[in-house]
Design a protein. Sequence first.
Length: 245
Amino acid sequence: MSNKTVLVTGASKGIGRAIALRLAKDGFDIAIHYNSDKAGAESVLADVKTAGQRGRLLQFDVTNRKQCKSALETDIETNGAYYGVVSNAGIARDASFPAMTDDDWDGVITTNLDGMYNVLHPCVMPMVSARKGGRIVTLSSLSGVAGNRGQVNYSAAKAGIIGATKSLALELAKRKITVNCVAPGLIETGMLDTMAEEDRKAIEKMIPARRIGKPEEVAGLVAFLFTDDAAYITRQVISVNGGMI
């Protein structure tokens, strides 16, 4: 697998970092995308190399379509088509719907939903043209599957990702490119660092597994979808949420 490269967006921290490192351990070279956290991305690159794989950094803003297209087309022209893409980059701006601002709505939709398009669109035709099959994994959320209070914007974007994933899977299935969606629940990332202890305990009681998930547990599922054993799995939404739904 050493000649197969996977692009992971939002790979400098959290779930994206865990996915990049797990795929590197499984034998893939990694194109590590980041927007502003260069130090985090460089740390991931060092760990990818420690795992014995090649890596490179790609810096761009997923909301900037022209920047995305330019950066990805240049990288593909230089290094060849990606074998796989993990569309992970995203943000959350929570607020009750009446209190939600236009910027809250636009920022989340543009980053999470438009960002998926901006990343995947330049990557898909080179993958098809390479005729080597491939894997695409998008990241949705429990909120995209079931909805959540205070996350109308986030739920809308993540539900949109599910619909786009299912449609793209139909288009690419005959090309031996699988397209699946992973929908995490509450996962131990930087987003939870500011949560009060009592709020955390209350949330944990809502989860049947009685704990918050780990980024590595999401990464393990993504890694499985990149294996030969998962070649017949496509157009699926797979949840990692401790039994919440």
